[in-house]
Design a protein around this ligand. Structure first.
Ligand code: IPE
Ligand code: IPE
Ligand code: MG
Length: 248
């Protein structure tokens, strides 16, 4: 039985099927190689990647996706040259300013997900403003993972839970309770995780949330990625049977 059939409604949902994916997550990889192949600096690849991100966001909104999560900067990406790191910070700033101004007309809410503590005060302030603005917007939610690492997210959640438990403010730890301490609280688990750029690894992305995600890997470098490939990922994944540990 396919994951996404024409059927929808509670019965189909209970059986693990729905009319379309609710949440797609993307590891946007390959910007550096895209730039190198053109004799350009890596930063030019990131600028081109940011344009692709804008285009893909609009497309996902138009097909009725509820959540789009993108991996933009990992907790390990600080290892890169200072110039590259600061250009990525600059792209986040530009996007945040743009999103705050246009969220309503674009019908897209923005949420920056990750450990914001290591970002500049300006980026932290803009991320908080984006969150406030998003409260009044109806539409698809875009979760931009920035200074995000799956292990770090789990570590931070465990620390918060331990403090609440010690203060008598949290009970026995269930999966549901633990999920509520993660950055992704209130976001459904991803149905599909796409990785561009040819590598077939998870690179510390959504470790907890990906338990039953379907993966779609493509050699396409992120700046070359197109809406047609979103359609293809959905189509390919819809032919797989999701069993969630059960049987047919
Ligand atoms: C992905 O592209 C974007 C970030 C990790 C910020 P890369 O910069 O990793 O591009 P490649 O993998 O070197 O081509
Ligand atoms: C993953 O890509 C992180 C992002 C896309 C933000 P990387 O390029 O950092 O991952 P590795 O080094 O190939 O595993
Ligand atoms: Mg890479």
């Amino acid at each position: 039985m396919p994951i996404w059939t024409k059927e929808s409604g509670p019965a189909a949902e209970a059986a693990g099927r729905s009319a379309r994916p609710r949440h797609i997550a993307i590891i946007m990889d390959g910007n550096g190689r895209w730039a190198r192949s053109r004799g350009l600096p890596r930063t030019a690849g990131h600028a081109a990647g940011a344009e692709t991100f804008r285009k893909i966001t609009r497309y996902c909104r138009d097909i009725g996706l509820e959540h789009l999560t993108v991996y933009a900067f990992s907790t390990e990406n600080w290892k890169r040259a200072e110039e590259e790191v600061s250009s990525l910070m600059g792209l986040l700033k530009k996007y945040l300013l743009e999103a705050i101004a246009t969220m309503e007309e674009e019908r897209t809410k923005l949420y920056v997900m990750g450990d914001l503590g290591r970002l500049s005060p300006e980026l932290r302030e803009l991320s908080a403003r984006a969150l406030d603005t998003a409260e009044h917007v109806n539409g698809m939610q875009v979760n931009v993972c920035f200074n995000y690492g799956g292990r770090d997210e789990i570590r931070r959640a465990a620390q918060k839970y331990a403090l609440d438990y010690a203060a008598g403010q949290a009970g026995e730890l269930t999966e549901e309770l633990f999920s509520s301490y993660l950055d992704s609280r209130s976001i459904p688990d991803p149905d599909i995780i796409i990785r561009t750029g040819g590598e077939q690894r998870i690179s510390n992305f959504l470790l907890w949330q990906s338990a039953y995600a379907e993966y779609y890997f493509t050699d396409t470098l992120w700046p070359d990625f197109t809406p047609a490939e979103i359609d293809r990922a959905i189509e390919v994944c819809s032919r797989r049977e999701r069993r969630f540990g059960g049987t047919k």
